[in-house]
Design a protein around this ligand. Sequence first.
Ligand code: SF4
Length: 308
Amino acid sequence: MSRYVFGPVPSRRLGFSLGVDIIPSKYCCYDCIYCQIGKTTNHGIERKSFFDPYAIVSEVIEKVSTSDHIDYITFSGSGEPTLNSDLGLMIDEIKRSVHIPVAVITNGALLSQDDVRKDLLTADVVLPSLDAVSEDIFRYINRPHLQIEIQSIISGLELLRKDYRGQVWLEIMLVKDINDDEEELGKLKEVIDLIHADKVQLNTVTRPPSEEITGRLTREELEKVCRFLGNTCEIISTFDKTPVQHEEQEWSRSVLDILKRRSLSLDDIVKITGVSFYKAKNRLMVMENEGDIKSYHFHDTIYYMIKQ
Ligand code: SF4
């Protein structure tokens, strides 16, 4: 089983994305109410060298050499990737060996730090998130480490745009009745205009979060917000690429590898693995009976998660 690399998984933002997980679960400077990974157990802001960076790079190179199609190599996973102080080294090493664009999904909390922005310079896409501009709403949704303040995140995003020549795709996670009112959206629009992100991507809760206190917006509500935020804004669309076939004996292992990092619906699993709906459902039933995974209903959809 791969230790650091998972997928390729279908990502609504990045196509077939090979995930690189460089953070122990769950080490993050936030503890978002919508987080799918679970409760933050290490609420840290200190950057560390968590693992051997060359072992991670070797695993990525090996996986790339045996995968049919990968659109992006994406640093994401069990926590906030910029907390890994070897991030820049790993991006540089991967780009030296592999000709696939590198993306980094970050909560943006550490972007005001020079060393963090420097580490991101050679990435092809940085995908920071910003869910609120008001300190109280930010603290309610993202539950950051006490030393993190929203103003320093906004300054970090501005500095990133100045230093960095790649693409910046800003994600806003909208949570019903929390950050979707006119006043907060107006403040977010002002910050979007400052940051000049190449894309603003609207998301809402579409997978089971770790806590049942979050609500999702309807498609119509998202479209209204999208029109308000301007022409760089888009709603993250559903995944529609051709599936990749896996060898049968690899199937359960690769699904377990992904479920360790995120929950997936049955449809997601069908799309990732390329097996039929009924075959996937039967195999998942076996895995559930064997106690490896568990299923949840969330807004009429069944999702699967690893059983802790
Ligand atoms: S920033 Fe990401 S990993 Fe951290 S708590 Fe929020 S959703 Fe989870």
